[in-house]
Design a binder for this molecule. Structure first.
Ligand code: 5RP
Length: 229
């Protein structure tokens, strides 16, 4: 089965966690895109009544296009659920996110949600985090100094993410440093703490103790993994 089909299956299956009346965080990426499309269809065709909070400008545009009512997170007293993709998840449901450069808003929204549902295909399931380079949002001021400080702190190479030959700028006006740790992140909470200690680091793409459920699509079908199973 091709990866796009798996993404679609996971994305649609996760909509089971959304009911009328809910305040829903809308993640970013090519898997959760299918969740947003399906939620939009349910809004238009089945009268689903939800408000959404997007985690990126791209998701804001997509959700608007498909007819989901959007609100500012600041207008709400928390969310019922956020559905989002991931770059990796480990057996403890710790995540690496930020492959789509939306980690800061994704993390703010996830921390405001009563529960987090992650949509993924089988390639995202790992024993130890870190084969996917760890995205770190950094402030543009003296970013090379911050990059060197991250290299020193983690003992690995770090590359600044580029798009179209120039440094990629996030929705928040920052840059992304990708840390090439390899699959060594056995203590992600400690790694996050160390990195957040560096003044130029805005946020780290480690989502620790946030994910409750993974809706996982593989060639054997869709399975729902719950934390602690
Ligand atoms: C964006 C993210 C994405 O959720 C993550 O990169 C997964 O994306 P995809 O479903 O396209 O593989 O964290 O910042």
């Amino acid at each position: 089965m091709d990866v796009e089909t798996l993404k679609e299956e996971a994305g649609i299956a996760a909509c089971a966690y959304v009911e009328s009346g809910m305040k829903v965080g809308l993640g970013t990426g090519s898997t959760v895109k299918y969740t947003i499309l399906e939620l939009g269809r349910r809004v238009r065709e089945e009268g689903l009544e939800i408000v959404g909070v997007p985690t990126s400008l791209a998701t804001r545009d997509l959700a608007t296009d498909v007819g989901i009512t959007l609100v500012d997170l600041d207008e709400l007293n928390g969310l019922d659920v956020v559905i989002d993709g991931t770059d990796e998840f480990d057996p403890q449901f710790q995540l690496i996110k930020g492959g789509g450069a939306a980690l800061l808003r994704e993390k703010v929204v996830a921390q405001s949600s009563a529960s987090m549902v992650v949509v993924a295909d089988e390639r995202k399931q790992v024993a130890t985090l870190g084969a996917f380079p760890l995205p770190i949002e950094v402030t543009p001021f003296s970013y090379n100094t911050t990059k060197r400080a991250i290299e020193q702190s983690l003992g690995c190479n770090v590359s600044m993410r580029e798009k179209d030959g120039i440094l990629l700028t996030t929705d928040n006006g920052n840059y992304i440093a990708d840390a090439h740790t390899g699959p060594t992140l056995t203590h992600p909470e400690e790694t996050e703490r160390k990195l957040l200690n560096l003044a130029g680091v805005v946020q780290v793409g480690l989502f620790n103790n946030m994910c409750d459920v993974v809706v996982l699509a593989s060639s054997n079908g869709v399975s729902v993994l719950e934390k602690g199973d």
